[in-house]
Design a protein around this ligand. Structure first.
Ligand SMILES: [Zn+2]
Ligand SMILES: [Zn+2]
Length: 866
């Protein structure tokens, strides 16, 4: 036998070689047309913002997706695995300010750098479908969708209170305000401003967005819960209280007519309140208005003293809003000096103005029922307003509840003709009456607000609208799309839209009248870009449409979407909305973008999120240079379950690299022996393909074959849903340990060649999703010409995987005493016999009585001894 050479595992050499080969083979990772006849699989990782540098969180995200894509290729699927760039956004403008580099140039250079990093990592993307959202061939379709939504009434413009970040000098969506501060500037308080803004009517889909969550069984429950809360549906009733005096002016008029008689009389001023508990309306002892309620303005105009007090409440509310804690505001109010009439019983209750009532929630007015609502109770106690009990516990003879009693499991009391009704019944009945008499109705309200998409930024999609003095708002005609973002634009921090300072952009002609007109200078929120990018991947070069419907229909929904949980509400609600709009435009047939969603954990170091300021950033480039891409990727999968946070340890990467070295030497040893003709004395390869008949083999052979099939079964199952890739890598390590321990038997020829062949080939195939470079190299060394990606995934044989013996832990009085080996299919009786005959068990039971024996076959035995 030839002398064994110590082979060195050189990841840099192996990975450079394969990276070049893969780059020269664009078909390798390309999706095939639907006509290929294979089942399709669309695996997608969230596209990155091109900051210029991949971070470890990206590496982890992409390693998960790439392992899955490779596995599915090997399972014979037609896989779509694309990548692109969420390339508009503020950092490009900040970089322009700092380095005097135009945003486009900066962004494209960053994309090139990150693409190189991805290629070096060996990520299997189909670059022919690459999408870059800042290029006109993409964003023209943002504009096209905007116009289609405008036609459908899903786009509108209104003056509204907006969240304004003074640092960004732009508007933020509610979702971009975190604890009252800007999501990008964690210490900058967000201000409220009034601005004309463009909105997308996402609320038109609120109910469907909510209902759809029930069907998204492949999404993490926590994401679905976050979306449910964000949509925030509440069912309730709107009821009109009648303002005593009938008009908003000074209260000189006599008491209004009785409630039911005046319901249709428009001269009576109404205060429409929203409540989720109309069943408690007989307990309403005041009506409370938001300080910015129109009626309050009217009251104030005649009452300077009230005006000053209300001004104070507005100020308090504004401060609380800016601090992001309106819910926790200290409740203050002032009596408006007016009274309102309860339409159900004609009762007169005082009207208050309160700082915790928001004009943009419900109707901006509530009825206060202190007996049955915590918040109202607090307020009434503070100001000495009457507290009345109108609901009693449903259970007869139950103790008088302490107020506030907020349960809906009750019956009405002190409620006139409605006494004795259950809360549910009363709600239905009272809603019916309100509808019949015209003073109210059942309603559903949502916390979800329409999506404000206007941004006063340069680096975004121009909104395709024109302002004409004669015609008002005029949409840009389709044939004039794209409205191209001008390139030479001075980025300053003056506030307002930078496009407004570019006359060549602003000044245009009206498509309707041909007269001079001005272009809209706001650009779109960048969440528009990411709301539909994954459809574009299916048809990225289409110049005549966002994508061909038939192609999208073939690929959608996405089979597996992978990204960070920080996108649980923003991106993942907007893209669900966009999907529904596209469906209603007839472009697609799916209701939801992704069948399954996986949210991976963060990568941290020394217990904290990696950040420049903490100095704990680990650069993927450094890791790849030191240990190779395979080791870096495999460590990212091995160090923690994918859904948990991963604490980066460089020792761990080094360990994985050493492990890959062992795999390399193990496989190479036998491949080299075969190649060098030592097969004369060694049967490996020569007999490949003959019947290996493992059942007749030695104990070592049987053990190795069993381990192999157990490993195949485990990893295959994990890819089918559990995704514990950390334990998959551990299982491969165990298999390699067993193979190395049997080196003498492998080298001596004691194990038949066909078996050695199966063991090594399967090992390489199992490794391929996790360490693609090494797998490609070893696959070739084993004599294969084709790509390992096209090799079929090994199939586990459950019979070969079956253990013939099992270890059963034996407990005495709950304490582990010993472990006995029994046949894998041993029944309770024989396990008990084995346990009783064990020396340690005997030592502990001699002279005592075994009162009970509990055996779970295949699992455990427990003896109760006295
Ligand atoms: Zn900001
Ligand atoms: Zn015009």
């Amino acid at each position: 036998m030839a002398e064994e050479k110590e082979l060195r595992y050189d990841p840099a050499a192996i990975e450079t070689k394969w990276q070049e080969r893969w780059a020269a083979d664009p078909k390798l990772y390309a999706a095939e047309p639907a006509s290929c006849g294979k089942p399709k699989y669309y695996v997608l990782e969230m596209l990155p913002y091109p900051s210029g540098q991949l971070h470890m969180g990206h590496v982890r995200n992409y390693s998960i997706g790439d392992a899955l894509a490779r596995h599915m290729w090997m399972r014979g699927y037609n896989v779509l695995h694309p990548m692109g760039w969420d390339a508009f956004g503020l950092p490009a403008e900040n970089a322009a300010l700092k380095n005097n580099t135009p945003p486009r140039e900066w962004t494209l250079a960053n994309i090139a750098a990150m693409k190189r990093q991805m290629q070096r990592l060996g990520l299997g993307y189909d670059w022919a479908t690459e999408v870059t959202t800042c290029l006109p061939d993409y964003y023209r379709w943002n504009q096209w969708f905007f116009l289609r939504m405008y036609e459908k009434g899903l786009v509108y413009r209104k003056k509204s209170k907006v969240n304004w970040c003074p640092e960004c000098a732009t508007v933020l969506a509610n979702e971009q305000v975190v604890d009252g501060c800007c999501w990008r500037h964690e210490t900058t308080l967000v201000e409220q401003r009034d601005l004309e803004q463009w909105f997308l009517r996402i609320t038109a889909y609120a109910q469907e967005l909510l209902d759809g969550l029930d069907k998204l069984e492949g999404w993490p429950e926590k994401v679905r819960t976050m979306q449910r809360n964000w949509i925030g549906r509440s069912q309730g009733t709107e009821v009109d209280f009648f303002l005593e005096g009938g008009t908003a002016g000074p209260s000189t008029a006599p008491l209004a007519e009785n409630a039911s008689g005046s319901a249709q009389d428009d001269s009576v001023m109404r205060i429409r309140v929203f409540t989720t508990r109309v069943d408690t309306i007989f307990g309403a002892t005041s009506v409370q208005l938001a300080p910015e309620h129109p009626l309050v303005k009217a009251f104030c105009s005649a009452d300077p003293e009230l005006k000053a007090k209300v001004g104070g409440l507005i100020e308090e509310q504004k401060k609380a809003r800016e601090a992001g804690n309106v819910g926790a505001i200290e409740k203050h109010g002032v009596p408006a000096g007016r009274f309102a009439i309860n339409p159900y019983n004609g009762e007169r209750v005082p009207v208050w103005v309160a700082n915790y009532i928001l004009m943009d929630y419900g109707t901006g007015a509530i009825m206060s029922v202190p007996g049955h609502d915590e918040r109202d109770f607090e307020f009434a106690t503070k100001y000495g307003i009457e507290i009345r009990r109108v609901i009693a516990p449903a259970e007869h003879g139950a103790e008088e509840p302490v107020l506030p009693f907020t349960s809906e499991d009750g019956v009405l009391v002190n409620s006139g003709e409605y006494n004795g009704l259950s809360c549910d019944e009363a709600q239905r009945k009272l809603q019916e009456i309100a509808a019949k008499k015209g003073f109210g109705e059942a309603t559903v309200t949502f916390r979800l607000k329409d999506w404000g998409v206007s941004r006063q930024r340069y680096w975004g999609t121009p909104i395709p609208m024109i302002h004409c003095e004669r015609d008002g708002l005029v949409p840009v005609p389709d044939e004039q799309l794209p409205v191209v973002l001008p390139e030479q634009v001075a980025i300053t921090q003056q506030g307002g839209s930078p496009l407004g300072r570019v006359p060549e952009f602003v000044n245009t002609t009206c498509p309707k009248c041909g007269g001079p007109a001005r272009r809209e200078t706001d650009t779109m929120d960048t969440f528009v870009d990411s709301s539909w990018y994954f459809y574009r991947y299916t048809d990225a070069k289409n110049a005549g449409a966002p994508f061909a419907p038939a192609t999208a229909q073939y690929w959608f929904p996405i089979d597996q979407y992978i990204g960070g949980v920080e996108h649980a509400i923003l991106h993942l609600i907007y893209s669900r909305f966009w999907t529904k709009v596209m469906r209603d435009l007839g472009l697609i047939v799916n209701d939801e973008p992704a069948r399954r969603l996986f949210t991976q954990g963060m990568v941290i170091k020394d217990g904290a999120k990696m950040s420049k300021s903490k100095g704990n950033v680990v650069s993927p480039d450094d890791m790849v240079a030191r240990y190779g891409a395979d080791a870096t990727r495999m460590y990212a999968l091995f160090a923690a379950p994918p859904d948990r946070d991963l604490d980066w340890q460089e020792d761990g990467v080094a360990g994985v690299s050493r492990f890959l070295g062992r795999v390399y030497r193990l496989v190479m040893k036998y491949a080299v022996m075969a190649k060098e003709g030592t097969a004369d004395s060694h049967p490996f390869r020569k007999e490949r393909g003959k019947d290996g008949a493992p059942s007749a083999g030695s104990a070592t052979e049987q053990r190795l074959v069993r381990k192999l099939h157990q490993t195949i079964a485990k990893i295959t199952q994990d890819f089918e849903g559990r995704w514990h890739f950390n334990t998959c890598v551990a299982a491969i390590m165990e298999l390699v340990n067993d193979l190395q321990a049997a080196d003498a038997e492998l080298a001596s020829g004691e194990i038949p060649a066909a078996v050695v062949d199966e063991l090594l080939r399967s090992l390489v195939l199992l490794l391929a999703p996790f360490a693609p470079y090494l797998a490609a190299e070893l696959w070739e060394e084993l004599g294969e010409q084709g790509s390992v990606l096209r090799a079929p995934w090994p199939v586990g044989d459950p019979n070969l995987a079956k253990e013939d013996e099992l270890e059963i832990p034996v407990q005495i009085n709950g304490k582990l005493v010993t472990v006995v080996r029994v046949a894998a299919d041993a029944d309770a009786k024989s396990i008990e016999a084995a346990a009783r005959s064990d020396e340690k068990v005997q030592a502990r039971t001699t002279g005592k009585t075994v009162v009970k024996v509990i055996v779970v076959p295949g699992r455990a035995a427990n003896l109760v001894v006295k």
